[in-house]
Design a protein. Structure first.
Length: 220
């Protein structure tokens, strides 16, 4: 049985500590965003009340979008709640984006740093960067694309490249957590979600290491 990887992590929402952490990171880092609807439960309840009182179809469509929004919605309806960054397969920081200043500090770091960033399914995370800054990172590697290039198979069940599918066995109960129900503005400081976020970036780093080991082994 494969040994479960334990993850060491710290978290903060302090702009002072965030800056210090980002400045001290090594040249290769694995990154991940967690995203939630920008509307709180109370706001959505108010939108539902307005919806019942509104007959205008355009206004109803807007209200329905607000009510149904979640972490997978368009960036205009969401907000980045957590940024996790790992520099090994078991060490990570989780930055709680509880305010605009912290969020903008993270965004600015990601689009200006020369460090190589590892992302899994970068198109999801980058749409938030692009929407909020108009830019993308300078140096990045998408581990999902690397995995897909190696595992591509005519039988689709053999080339599943989700991070949990590839790394779930290495990080215990992480792969069983249903984040969709937990990632809301009200739950930014939820310990389960902070730990989940930390493992996300560590798992991305571990996957990259596995891919490099495979390429070295087969002299590719």
């Amino acid at each position: 049985m494969e040994k479960i990887i334990g993850v060491n992590y710290a978290f903060t929402s302090s702009t002072y500590r965030v800056k210090r952490w980002l400045d001290e990171l090594p040249d290769l880092i694995a990154c991940d965003f967690e995203v939630a609807s920008k509307f709180t439960k109370k706001e959505k309840d108010l939108f539902r009340l307005r919806l019942k009182q509104t007959k205008n179809m355009d206004k109803r469509r807007v209200l329905e979008q607000y009510i149904e929004s979640n972490g997978l919605s368009h960036p205009s309806l969401t907000v980045v709640t957590h940024f996790s960054v790992a520099w090994t397969n078991s060490d990570a920081y989780v930055i709680l984006c509880t305010n605009k200043a912290v969020r903008e500090m993270v965004f600015r770091f990601l689009i200006t740093t020369d460090k190589t960033q590892l992302w899994h399914n970068s198109t999801f995370d980058f749409k938030h960067l692009l929407y909020n800054t108009g830019q993308l990172p300078k140096n990045y590697i998408d581990t999902q694309l690397l995995a897909k290039s190696l595992l591509n198979d005519a039988n689709s069940f053999r080339d599943l490249v989700g991070l949990k599918e590839l790394m779930g066995r290495k990080y215990g109960d992480w792969s069983l957590i249903k984040r969709e129900d937990r990632y809301t503005l009200e739950n930014i400081k939820d310990p389960v979600m902070i730990r989940y976020s930390a493992i996300d970036s560590c798992a991305c780093f571990e996957l990259y290491q596995d891919i490099q080991d495979f390429l070295t082994q087969w002299e590719i």
